[in-house]
Design a protein around this ligand. Structure first.
Ligand SMILES: *[C@@H]1O[C@H](CO)[C@@H](O)[C@H](O)[C@H]1NC(C)=O
Length: 442
């Protein structure tokens, strides 16, 4: 257990970043993926050779640690997947205790992490880790993430999803039509958005973007358009990174429900989150409308939709234990809302007058967000009762591990805080370094 914590803490210490490899010349025609139908072990130098030096090859990779229980459960499924995909897709595994650099570069913070890497970009698998769901994801990820459309097709397709990315270029200026860049970006965003490419200049008028220069990259969500302010669309590491960074900040829908697929990202992020807890059987539509109105009022109050605050709701009945233990709200307190500041493990539950936050008045919530950002609201810790007694917390945390909303970094942070007194306690008992002692046990 303590080994887990230490390794996870170690991984946490690194910053998340995406590594995008430089493309090199290679013989594409002779290459056959996964000829043996087996899981390929990658690490160190051969990872660079096999994966990063060949952006045209696709790899579905399991980043794992030998001690991790969920990884052990996945192992036979991963072998089966490699077998199913014989001759089609490369399936690999990277032991993060041996290849720390690679795992850090790919932003691995929990185990197992599954990423489909191709076209110089990686997309994380977030579904259920069973054979059929993995296979379905592999099929989706191996296709082009880009749909080429004309204006009427675009108009018909845009309402089908909340978030879309649209690249508009002038086909008479081929040098500006860097489709590989958009393929790479679209692949990285496979979980979050649908990517369209069009040379139909009617689309510019249609989206109300007359007078903007081409090529143009547009993020379209909830009926609003945001134009990428950068000019570089070359398929270089720098241009791809600039585009992805801009999108990463803005890719979330106006408001959304938190669930297993996005909780880790939402709760561990750097953003303030307006986190509301609803009882779905009571006036759900009214509550989500209020959340939406708050999100719209917030965007109105800003110069642009800068994506710095997320508007999220959580099923307060399904997750009542989590909500009670962290935020202290029981079933009768719903609907309830807090503003979370994950970076500092804090949240805000009251306005400047000491009254509970409430979605009923969107303008008042927008004011509360500004007050929270300005440090005017009293903070509460999302680490509940952590310092009370080490033993009690240790038990609580072991229980909490079962829940997906305890993100790995949050878990590590909580565990660390909670177990610190325990470390000291063990050390004082036998006079040895407590971490070494427990390490050996595993
Ligand atoms: C890659 O290197 C690792 C050691 O870092 C080794 O275990 C593995 O077998 C190698 N894989 C290939 C395909 O050469």
């Amino acid at each position: 257990m303590l080994t887990n914590i230490l390794i996870a803490t170690f991984l946490l210490a690194f910053q998340q970043q995406n590594v995008v490899a430089a493309a090199t010349q290679s013989d594409i025609s002779n290459y056959q993926p996964n000829t043996a139908g087996e899981v390929v072990v990658l690490g160190g130098a051969n990872f660079t050779q096999e994966v990063q030096d060949h952006p045209e090859r696709s790899w579905f990779i399991k980043f794992y640690a030998p001690w991790c229980g969920h990884c052990k459960t996945l192992a036979p499924i991963w072998v089966e997947l490699a077998n199913t995909l014989k001759g089609k897709t490369n399936i690999a595994e990277v032991d993060c205790t041996l290849a720390e650099d690679i795992c850090r570069d790919y932003g691995v913070t929990g185990f197992p992490t599954l990423k489909y890497i191709s076209k110089n970009s990686a997309v994380e698998f977030r579904g259920a880790r069973d054979h059929s769901t993995l296979l379905e994801f592999t099929e989706k990820a191996s296709k082009s993430p880009v749909t080429y459309v004309d204006n009427s097709e675009l108009t018909a397709k845009l309402p089908e999803q909340e978030v879309s990315l649209i690249y508009i270029y002038n086909k008479d200026q081929p040098e500006t039509a860097n489709h590989d860049t958009i393929e790479s970006v679209g692949h990285a965003l496979l979980n979050d958005a649908v990517t369209y490419v069009t040379s139909d200049l009617e689309a510019v008028n249609n989206l109300g973007l007359q007078g903007k220069s081409l090529p143009m990259l547009v993020l379209h969500k909830n009926g609003r358009t945001l134009v990428y302010p950068g000019q570089g669309f070359l398929n270089t590491k720098e241009d791809r990174k600039d585009i992805l960074n801009w999108i990463e900040d803005r890719k979330y829908p106006l408001y959304f429900e938190m669930g297993p697929g996005n909780s880790n990202e939402v709760l561990r992020g750097k953003k303030f989150v307006v986190l509301s807890f609803f009882n779905p059987s009571r006036e759900l539509e009214k509550q989500t409308d209020l959340l939406k109105a708050t999100a719209e009022a917030y965007i109105e109050s800003q110069k642009e939709d800068n994506g710095q605050v997320l508007f999220v709701w959580l099923d307060g009945i399904k997750h009542s234990r989590y909500i009670y233990s962290v935020y202290g709200f029981g079933g009768n307190d719903l609907p309830a809302v807090v503003i979370t500041d994950a970076k500092n493990h804090n949240y805000f539950a009251e306005n400047t007058d000491g009254k509970p936050l409430n979605l009923a008045n969107p303008q008042a919530m927008v004011q509360a967000i500004a007050d929270a950002q300005a440090g005017l609201l009293s903070t509460k810790s999302t680490i509940p009762r952590a310092q009370k007694t080490a033993i009690f917390i240790n038990k609580a945390i072991n229980k909490a591990r079962k829940y997906w909303y305890v993100s790995i970094p949050a878990f590590v942070a909580i565990t660390y805080v909670a177990l610190k007194p325990l470390f000291a306690f063990i050390a004082s008992m036998d006079g040895t370094d407590s971490t070494n002692k427990v390490d050996k046990k595993e």
